[in-house]
Ligand binder design. Sequence first.
Ligand code: OGA
Ligand code: NI
Length: 189
Amino acid sequence: IASYLNSGVGQSCDFLSSELSDGLVLNLVGHKMKNDMKSAGIGQNEDFHKDLTYRKDKIHWLETTTSNSSERLFFELIDSWISYLNQTCYAGIMKSEFHYALYEQGSFYKKHLDQFSKNDSRVFSMIMYLNANWKEGDGGELVIYKENETIKIPPSLGRMVFFDSGKYEHEVLPTIVSRLSITGWLKRS
Ligand code: OGA
Ligand code: NI
C-alpha cells in the first residue's frame, strides 16, 4: 500500500503464498487441458470483439461459488484485502471479478486502459503472477506508462501489482515462455 500511495502503482512480493500459488497453477493448467481457457476479448457489450493482433491471452473467469479449496482461500484473501482498502483508503469497493490468464509463447497485450469507454465501475486493477521460474530474458513483463516514467514489472511468482484502472495505460510485452497469472478488478458497482 505504501508504494501505491507514493507512486500510484502498488506492489507486493509475497501477496500469494507459494502453497496457494501452486494450487491456483494446478487449476489453471487443468482448465487449459480441458480446453477451458478462451481467447479474451476487448470492450464491453456492443463494443465487444476479439482481436488477436491486440491481445493474445486466454482466460477463464473464477466463480465466487467455487468449492475448490485454493480458490476459496484466494477469495478470503481478496475479501480481507478489500476490507483493508475500504477501511484505510475509503476506497468504496463493492464488487470484484477475477480471471485466470494464460499467455502462451509469443503472446502479448498491447497498450490499453482497463476501464471501458462507457463504464467506470473498475476502480483498481490487480494482477497476481504465478510463474515460479521466471527469469530475465523470458519476456512477458508488464509495462506501466506513467506521466514521466515507465515501470517494468517481472511476472514472477508471488508478486502482486495494483493501480488505478482508469489512470495508467499499460501493456504486456511478448512472452518467450508460457506466462500464468490471475488478473482482476476491484469495482465500485
Ligand atoms: C489486463 C492486463 C496485465 C498483466 O489483463 O488488462 O493488463 O500483467 N494484464 O497480465
Ligand atoms: Ni490491462
